[in-house]
Design a protein around this ligand. Structure first.
Ligand SMILES: Nc1nc2c(c(=O)[nH]1)N[C@H]1C(S)=C(S)[C@@H](COP(=O)(O)OP(=O)(O)OC[C@H]3O[C@@H](n4cnc5c(N)ncnc54)[C@H](O)[C@@H]3O)O[C@H]1N2
Ligand code: MOO
Length: 409
């Protein structure tokens, strides 16, 4: 039987493409509130020390630690009150030897003091004198200047994707507008005479367009901006015209279906016609997703994802998502994963990597992964799953009871 695809490994497929991808130069400045999940276009350094002043971490009294050494319940240290630290202002007094100042959590340590005694370890003897019943060390219950981050320190490198804690960290040092990479524009073109828009009535033999929705959503998750270009018929001239127009306005083109080997599969030829270097990969040693096409026209990546919705999603995660990272100047990284115990055997053929959707369930404190088997056309095998288990190239399967890595959706 003729081998219709020259399959390559996942790593080889990504390596062939990466030679043709460079980070996009377009950038924009965004206010913090609009910058979640966006990727920094340049490294950011702190313009200030955080905190900018020494702060108390407790409600209590600012003291000189040496005045409390040896203090105990039976032999307290007696200190004279010299003031109360106002919140949000610098205290206008100094703590001298034998003195203490009332301070609140977050208050600025007055000059002269070097530590804070918790209120629980003191009591008032009279209106101006306190007893301290436990010693404190220098710096105890205090956040010194710059402990969180120092002026000039690298906050985040270029290519870092901003998370909620990062936005808070930037707000903390007064950076309220950030330079980010513009979202890559990703044209999505579905194809197939039988594929109709999701809001259409389906005649016998027709199916609703699932892939435009899953692919657009995955593009968005990966930091791109989807441009939906509709559904092309199985007519090479029309497909080529639509693909050319789609690519013109985009940084990347993702085609759905027509990747296989039947007479109506025109995607490879159409992609070849879009420009050099053309098709770099047709066929990857994976299941599902084997007929995947990876190509480039100039520095714009082009993907021909298999029409089966599960195959398209899995190929997207393996090839399109990493390409979107590189276009945004992000470092390569594995998707988030965790370990779980397989509940059923997962068979596989050696010589290809298999990906099987799994549902996660915790029982008696143990996390189990239950395979959701089904053909690669069945979108609900993905909808009912939480992640994917991978069977490596050289194995004939995984046994129930094995602890495996699950890549999370
Ligand atoms: N003789 C062989 N036939 C097939 C092979 C093979 O190696 N030899 N590979 C199979 C595998 S694996 C896959 S995956 C598919 C890939 O096919 P295509 O990329 O050419 O896609 P189509 O044939 O057009 O569609 C496959 C399937 O998916 C449905 N589809 C297509 N687009 C959409 C959409 N936007 N939304 C929902 N569903 C869609 C389509 O109706 C088909 O049922 O080839 C196998 N065949
Ligand atoms: O490999 Mo296909 O991509 O089974 O669905």
């Amino acid at each position: 039987m003729p081998e219709l695809f020259q399959v390559v490994t996942i790593a080889e497929a990504n390596a062939r493409l990466s030679a043709h991808i460079s980070p996009l130069a377009r950038r924009e400045s965004l206010p913090l509130h609009a910058a979640l999940d966006r990727v920094l276009a340049e490294a950011l350094h702190s313009p200030v020390d955080l905190p900018a002043f020494p702060r108390s971490t407790m409600d209590g009294f600012a003291v000189r630690a040496a005045d409390t050494y040896g203090a105990s319940e039976s032999l307290p240290a007696y200190l004279t009150l010299c003031g109360e630290v106002p919140m949000g202002r610098a205290p206008n007094f100094t703590v001298g030897p034998g003195q203490a100042a009332l301070i609140h959590t977050g208050g600025m340590l007055p000059p002269g003091s070097d530590s804070v005694v918790m209120i629980e370890h003191t009591q008032y003897l009279d209106a101006t004198t306190i007893e301290v019943v436990r010693p404190v060390a220098i710096g105890e219950n205090v956040i010194p200047i710059g402990e969180d981050v120092k002026r000039g320190e690298l906050l985040f490198p270029r290519g870092h994707r901003l998370r909620p804690q990062d936005l808070g960290g930037l707000a903390g040092v007064g950076i309220v507008n950030v330079p980010v990479v513009e979202r890559p524009q990703v044209a999505i073109l579905a194809s197939g005479d039988e594929v109709v828009p999701a809001d259409a009535e389906v005649a016998p033999g027709q199916v609703r367009d699932i892939n435009s929705y899953t692919i657009a959503a995955m593009v968005r998750r990966a930091g791109g901006e989807p441009i939906l270009c509709g559904i092309a018929p199985d007519d090479p001239a029309v497909l080529e015209r639509m693909a050319r127009a789609a690519l013109e306005a985009a940084d990347m083109l993702v085609l759905s279906a027509g990747s296989s080997v039947s007479a109506r599969d025109h995607t490879v030829k159409v992609i070849e016609s879009l420009g050099a270097p053309g098709v770099l990969v047709h066929g990857v040693a994976i299941h599902p997703g084997k007929p995947t096409i990876i190509a480039a026209a100039g520095n714009r990546p082009i993907f021909g994802l298999p029409g089966n919705p599960v195959s398209a999603m899995i190929a997207f995660g393996l090839f399109v998502a990493p390409a979107l990272r590189r276009l945004q100047g992000m470092p390569d990284a594995d998707p988030p994963a965790l370990q779980a115990v397989l509940t059923l055997n997962v068979p596989s053929k050696p010589g290809r990597e298999d990906f099987v959707p799994v549902r996660l369930e915790r029982r008696d404190g143990v996390l189990y992964a239950e395979p959701v088997f089904g053909k690669s056309n069945l979108i609900y095998t993905m909808a009912h799953a939480d992640g994917l288990v991978r069977v490596p190239l050289d194995l004939t399967g995984l046994y129930a009871g094995t602890t495996v890595d699950i890549t999370l959706f």
